[in-house]
Design a protein. Structure first.
Length: 492
């Protein structure tokens, strides 16, 4: 230990003694007949010299699947888009207009407190038309004309389901695999399992649309690291002067000053780490170093001034408005080009309990063109083959109207038992998957649970969902908990 170069050892003899007494290698050598040291050596010796991170060492030991996707962009439509007004065409509902939902269809399923006391549950068909598009003849709503043009690239899953009937637990469940807060998000699991391919940018980046109705709140824990090391949390990029909070130097503080401070801080953290063997110290060091590198990389990637007018026209007029969904889609493409592993875009405004025909038009306009443009842009750049694109909300909507029914004024309540989402790109077979009954109230073919979706996402990234495990407080955790199965029917 005497050859350590840190000045703190010379100035703190008491801490030196404490460090020698608590040294983790000494502890392992002196307990359990030294087998702990052998295990430690076996785990780290081969990779330590190569500078491999903890997660890289873990993944070496896991059974691997040939990955179809190198990166993911997840477009999350917060609030629960109605499948009736988007992708699940139900023309037979016109003859049921205003009639009470049959008990044979409802089957005693749970209702929310917002419609449980209604005298009747009046069935209402969509006020919008549908058309068939592409060689696949896929039905898509007139509300999504741009997405419809990409129909032959979409895998539309109509048979999604969840147990969560309210927004917060449902969104939390989709993003973390559990309805209660505290678990790591999907992006954090991927960051932990696969690491980063760009050392100057985080593996997991999040953007929230500024031009969306804030009908349901979003919390940072949705992209949090939970009990995983903090370096794996999603980093939120924002519109405005400071895209990443607390990244820029304070006024009058130069980059060389910051570098010197970080060097000393790294020495302090290294000393603390050797003393207490706290893995979170490693994460802290990693975050400080990443923040320093991001001071150069973030302004570069956020600068879209060199994009041609044709690209802005493709993504739509909002793409010039920083922080809008369209602008975030364009930035997502740039981040994917930089090999950021997981980019998540959140767009609120899909919670339509009343006046749905009026209120759903705006979120569709805000997201339709840019979502399709992102697909088209990735495809023409040759990136869609190894990029997975996902579009979903947290649950679906009821076939019956919540509250008073009128030809233009119906609303729809939460419905977790069947809803639609789509995936496109790497490893996904275009077409439709799963079927619902004539009321889109029950699944009649190929059900896909949220955990199944998560297991399939990890599979496409080359991970067996049952093997990516983190032990915390004596329990082994994974994204899919003790559930989930691969949806092989959507794989190409």
């Amino acid at each position: 230990m005497e050859d350590h170069k840190s000045p703190f050892r010379v100035n703190h003899p008491d801490l030196e003694a404490l460090n020698r007494g608590l040294d983790r290698r000494n502890f392992l050598q002196k307990t359990a007949m030294g087998f702990g040291a052998l295990a430690l050596q076996g785990l780290f010796l081969g990779n330590e010299a190569k500078g491999a991170s903890i997660q890289e060492q873990i993944m070496v030991a896991l059974p691997r699947i040939a990955p179809k996707a190198k990166r993911v962009v997840y477009l999350f439509m917060s609030g629960g888009p109605s499948q009736f007004e988007t992708f699940d065409y139900k023309p037979e509902l016109t003859r049921w207009m205003g009639k009470d939902l049959p008990d044979s269809i409802r089957q005693g399923q749970r209702l929310t407190g917002m419609s449980a006391n209604q005298a009747i549950l009046p069935v209402v068909p969509s006020a919008f038309g549908f058309k068939q598009y592409g060689k696949s003849r896929t039905w898509v709503s007139d509300l999504l004309p741009y997405t419809a043009q990409m129909a032959d690239d979409l895998c539309i899953i109509k048979s999604m389901y969840t147990e969560q009937i309210n927004h917060d637990p449902a969104i939390t469940f989709f993003q973390t695999g559990h309805q209660l807060p505290g678990r790591p998000s999907i992006g954090s699991w991927l960051s932990y399992g696969l690491g980063s391919e760009n050392k100057n940018l985080p593996a997991f980046i999040v953007m929230v649309s500024k031009n969306a109705s804030k009908d349901q709140p979003l919390y940072a824990r949705l992209w949090g690291n939970g009990f995983l090391p903090s370096e794996h949390q999603g980093v939120q990029f924002r519109s405005g002067k400071d895209p990443v909070l607390f990244l820029n130097n304070p006024e009058g503080y130069e980059g060389s000053d910051r570098k010197e401070m970080l060097d000393y801080l790294k020495q302090l953290n290294a000393f603390q780490n050797e003393t207490w063997a706290d893995p979170e110290v490693d994460a802290r060091i990693s975050q400080y170093e990443m923040a320093f590198r991001m001071q150069t990389s973030v302004p570069e990637v956020m600068d879209v001034s060199d994009e041609p007018d044709e690209v802005f026209d493709l993504y739509g007029p909002d793409s010039r408005d920083k922080g809008s969904f369209a602008a975030n889609c364009l930035l997502a493409r740039k981040l994917l080009e930089k090999d950021v592993r997981f980019v998540q875009l959140y767009h609120q405004g899909w919670d339509h309990h009343d006046s749905l025909p009026k209120n759903i038009i705006n979120p569709c306009k805000q997201t339709d063109q840019a979502s399709a443009a992102l697909l088209m842009d990735l495809k023409r750049r040759g990136m869609l083959d190894d990029t997975l694109v996902i579009w979903s909300g947290e649950f679906g909507r009821t076939v019956y109207s919540q509250g008073k029914l009128s030809p233009t004024g119906y609303g729809r309540d939460h419905h977790p038992k069947c809803f639609s989402m789509w995936m496109a790109g790497a490893g996904v077979k275009p077409g439709t998957y799963g079927e619902t009954d004539d009321f889109s109230y029950n699944i009649v073919k190929d059900p896909v649970h949220v955990h199944d979706f998560q297991a399939t996402l990890l599979h496409l990234m080359g991970i067996n969902h049952e093997e990516l495990i983190y032990k915390y407080q004596g329990r082994r955790f994974r994204l899919t908990d003790v559930h989930g199965k691969l949806v092989s029917g959507i794989l190409s």
